[in-house]
Design a protein around this ligand. Structure first.
Ligand code: TYD
Ligand code: MG
Length: 457
C-alpha cells in the first residue's frame, strides 16, 4: 500500500509546503501551518484525469463559434441583493457571502430564500438546528412552502438531499462547517473548505443551480480559511456594519457577472433586514438643524451617491495638547484639514479640541467630504449654523484650494433630488458637465476662504 501522502498548508492563505514552516512565505503569518492528508485528494484527482482522457471529444472552439446565450437571471425580491449581484442571481453561479459572526448573514439568506416563494430553495445549515431556523423564519414573518431545510455537514449527504429535493437555489450555511469524506482533515481546515467548495462548484456548473456559500471572517477581516475560495467563486459579497448600529452594508468585492463597485444597504430590525432604498434619508438626521457645526457632504459608494451628515464640536482645549477625535473619518486627514484651516485661513485651531462625527455610524474615505468637514468645523468654531439647504462636494488641497472630485454630476443630481437648494463644488470640476441643466444652485469656488466668505460673510 502506498504511504499516505501529506503536505502542510497555511491556514490563512492556503500556501502549500512539503515541510512544516513557522512563518508563511506567502502571507507572512506565524504558526499557521497544519498537516493535511493528500492521498485521497490525489486519487480523486487521478480518477478525474482518467475520465477526462477517456472523453476525448473535448475540443477548443473559436470564440465566434460560441453562441451567446441570453442572460437569464433569477430576480430576487430583494432589490439591494439584485443590485450587488449585477442584476439578479445568475444560474450556475457560486456566490460567497462573507461577514463577521452575528452580522446577519444567515438572516439575509433566509429572508431572501423565503421571499422567493415560487422557487424551491434548499437551505443547508451546519450551524443551527431546524428549530432555531424555524424560530427565525417566524420572526421574519414570511411563510414559504418551497423552502427546505437540511441540517447536515457531510457533502455526500447534502448531494443526496439535493437530488431528492431538486432545488433551484442552494444555500450553504456555512462553508467552514462542511466536511467531505474525500479528506480526513477536520471541517474548517483549508483542505476541507477547498474540497467542499470544489464539489459544490462542480455541482453548480453542471446543473446550472446557483449556490450561495456563507463564510466567516476572522478578526483581521480576512475570510477565514476561504481566502483560497475567493479565487474559485464567481462572486464575493461582504456583509459589514457595526454590530451596535443597525445599518448593514452588502458590498461586492468580486463579481464575474457585474461591477464590483455596488453596495446594498439594509437596516436590521426586530423582524429581519429592511432594504434601505434611499440611504441619504437615513444618514441625515431629521433633527432641528439650526445647530452650528452640522453640514451635509456627498460621498460615492460604487456608483451610488450618498448624502451624509457631518457634525463637529470645536471648543477651547483645556489641556496643553488639543484633542482631535474623528469618528468615521480618517484621523490623519482631519489633522491635515486643521493645518490647512490654521495656515491658509488663519483660524486658531491649535488651541481648540476638535470632535468630528459622521452620522449614521458609517466610515467615509471619499475625499469629497473634505469641504463639508471644514465648513462644519468653522461653523462650530464661530457658532454660526449653516443653512440646511446647502451641501458640499470638494476635496481640499494643501494650499487651501478646492479640488475637483469624480462623478460630480451624480452628486449634484442626488442633492437636487433630496431637495437641497445649493451645492458648493470646485471651480475646477469637470468641464464636460452642463451645470445649467440643474435646478439646484451650483456654486463653484477655487479657494476655501471664498466659500467661507459666501457662507458666513
Ligand atoms: P445572524 O443572521 O445569525 O448572523 P450571522 O449568520 O452573520 O452570524 O444574525 C444574528 C443577529 O441579528 C442577532 O444578533 C440577532 C439579530 N436579528 C435581529 O436583530 N432581527 C431579526 O429579525 C433577526 C432574525 C436577527
Ligand atoms: Mg449564521
Amino acid at each position: 500500500m502506498a504511504k499516505t501522502k501529506t503536505s502542510f498548508f497555511c491556514q490563512s492563505c492556503g500556501y502549500e509546503s512539503a515541510k512544516w514552516l513557522g512563518k508563511c512565505p506567502s502571507c507572512g503569518s506565524w504558526n499557521t501551518f497544519v498537516e493535511e492528508i493528500l492521498s485521497k485528494e490525489d486519487n480523486a484527482r487521478n480518477e478525474w484525469r482518467q475520465e477526462a482522457n477517456r472523453s476525448k471529444v473535448v475540443k477548443a472552439k473559436s470564440l465566434h463559434e460560441i453562441q451567446a446565450v441570453d442572460d437569464v437571471r433569477f430576480s430576487a425580491k430583494d432589490e439591494e441583493l439584485n443590485r450587488v449581484l449585477g442584476g439578479g442571481i445568475v444560474p450556475g453561479s457560486l456566490v460567497l457571502v462573507g461577514g463577521e459572526p452575528g452580522i446577519g448573514k444567515s438572516t439575509l439568506l433566509l429572508q431572501v430564500g423565503l421571499q422567493l416563494g415560487q422557487i424551491r430553495i434548499l437551505y443547508v445549515s451546519g450551524e443551527e438546528s431546524e428549530q432555531q431556523i424555524k424560530m427565525r423564519a417566524e420572526r421574519l414573518g414570511i411563510a414559504s412552502e418551497n423552502f427546505y431545510i437540511l441540517t447536515e455537514t457531510n457533502t455526500k449527504n447534502i448531494f443526496l438531499a439535493i437530488e431528492e429535493v431538486q432545488p433551484a437555489i442552494v444555500v450553504i450555511d456555512s462553508i467552514q462547517t462542511l466536511q467531505s469524506s474525500q479528506l480526513d482533515s477536520s471541517p474548517g481546515s483549508i483542505g476541507q473548505v477547498r474540497q467542499c467548495a470544489a464539489e459544490l462548484m462542480k455541482f453548480a456548473k453542471e446543473t446550472d443551480t446557483p449556490v450561495f456559500l456563507i463564510g466567516h471572517i476572522t478578526k483581521d477581516g480576512l475570510l477565514a480559511g476561504p481566502k483560497v475560495l475567493e479565487h474559485m467563486v464567481d462572486t464575493v459579497l461582504q456583509f459589514e456594519g457595526d454590530r451596535h448600529l443597525s445599518y448593514r452594508i452588502l458590498r461586492t468585492t468580486k463579481n464575474r457577472f457585474g461591477s464590483t463597485s455596488e453596495i446594498g444597504i439594509y437596516e436590521m430590525m426586530g423582524t429581519g433586514l429592511r432594504e434601505v432604498s434611499n440611504p441619504s434619508e437615513i444618514l441625515i438626521s431629521q433633527k432641528d438643524r439650526s445647530l452650528s457645526g452640522v453640514t451635509i457632504g456627498t460621498t460615492l459608494e460604487g456608483n451610488r451617491p450618498l448624502l451624509i451628515e457631518i457634525q463637529s464640536l470645536v471648543c477651547p482645549a483645556s489641556f496643553g495638547t488639543p484633542q482631535r477625535t474623528p469618528t468615521g473619518f480618517d484621523h490623519k486627514r482631519l489633522n491635515m484639514l486643521l493645518a490647512v484651516l490654521e495656515k491658509r485661513c488663519g483660524f486658531k485651531m491649535g488651541i481648540h479640541d476638535v470632535f468630528l462625527n459622521i452620522a449614521g455610524g458609517i466610515r467615509v474615505e471619499d475625499p469629497a467630504i473634505d469641504l463639508a468637514a471644514c465648513i462644519s468645523i468653522i461653523s462650530s468654531l464661530e457658532e454660526i449654523p449653516v443653512s440646511d439647504k446647502a451641501c458640499f462636494a470638494a476635496e481640499i488641497g494643501l494650499g487651501g484650494e478646492l479640488r475637483a472630485v469624480n462623478k460630480i454630476d451624480l452628486r449634484i443630481s442626488e442633492a437636487e433630488k433630496l431637495g437641497f437648494n445649493e451645492i458648493y463644488i470646485s471651480k475646477y470640476s469637470s468641464k464636460s458637465v452642463d451645470y445649467r441643466k440643474f435646478k439646484i444652485d451650483v456654486k463653484a469656488f477655487g479657494q476655501l476662504h471664498e466659500v467661507f466668505q459666501d457662507l458666513f460673510g
